[in-house]
Design a protein around this ligand. Sequence first.
Ligand code: NAP
Length: 225
Amino acid sequence: MAGALGGVETVFLVWPFLTTEGAPAVLDLLKRHVRRVVYLSSSGVRDGARRQTDPINQLHADMEALIEGSRLEWTVLRSNTIATNALGWAEQIRTTGVVRGPDIAATAVIHEGDIGAVAARVLTSPGHEGARHVLTGPEVVSRAEQVQAIGDAIGRVLRFEPVALDVARERMLADGRPPALVEALLASAESRPESRLVTTTVEHLTGTPPRPFTTWAHDNAHAFR
Ligand SMILES: NC(=O)c1ccc[n+]([C@@H]2O[C@H](COP(=O)([O-])OP(=O)(O)OC[C@H]3O[C@@H](n4cnc5c(N)ncnc54)[C@H](OP(=O)(O)O)[C@@H]3O)[C@@H](O)[C@H]2O)c1
C-alpha cells in the first residue's frame, strides 16, 4: 500500500468486511501518506446509538469512529441501499421469473452511478472536511417494486415472493455465501427499521437529481436476460 500511495492526497476508502480488524493499521499507514479520506458508509448508521440495529451498520459506525479518531481529514458518504444488490437476483429471474428472499423494508435505493458522481465531486473539491453526506435515491421502493421494474425493463412478468428467514438462510448457504455474511444480511433484513428518508444531497452536490430504480433497471437489463 505504501508504494501505491506515492503522490496521493485523498483516498476513497471502502471497507467491505464484517469487522474492523486491520483497519487501525491501514489508517496509520494512510496518516503517514495522505491528507484526507472519503469513506463509504451506510445511511442506516444512527448517531448517538450505543449499538446499531444490525452488524453491518455497527461495522460502519465503528469504522467512522476509527476514522474520526485518526487525525486524518475525513468525509463520510452514508449511502442508502445500493441498486447493484439486485444483481444477486439475476439467476432466479433468468431461470424462474420469481425472486424469493426476505422482505427487507422498502427504502430509497440509490444508483451506484450517483454514489460515484458524489464521490468524484467530494474527492476533487474542498469544503467537505468533517461532513457526513447522507445519499439516497429519489423515491422509496419495495423489493416487489424493484422486481417489477426489472420485469418492465426486460419485457417479462416477474414477481417477488417473500420467504421466511430460515428458508432464506438455507438458500444463501447453499449458494456458497460465507456463514458470517449470511447472518449479517439476515439480521439486517430482520431488524433494519423502515426508512422513508429521501435526501436532496445527490442533486445538491452534483447538480443532477438522483436516478430512479427504473433507470437502473433499464441500464442493467442485459444482466437479467
Ligand atoms: N450494498 C449496499 O446496499 C450498501 C449500502 C450502504 C453501504 N454499503 C457499503 O459499501 C461497500 C460496498 O458494498 P457492496 O455491496 O458493493 O459490496 P460488495 O458487492 O461485496 O463489493 C465489495 C468490493 O470490494 C472488493 N473487495 C472485497 N474484498 C477485498 C479485498 N480483500 N481487497 C480488495 N478488494 C476487496 C470486491 O472485489 P471483487 O469484486 O474483486 O471481489 C468488490 O469490488 C461495503 O463496505 C458496504 O458495506 C453497501
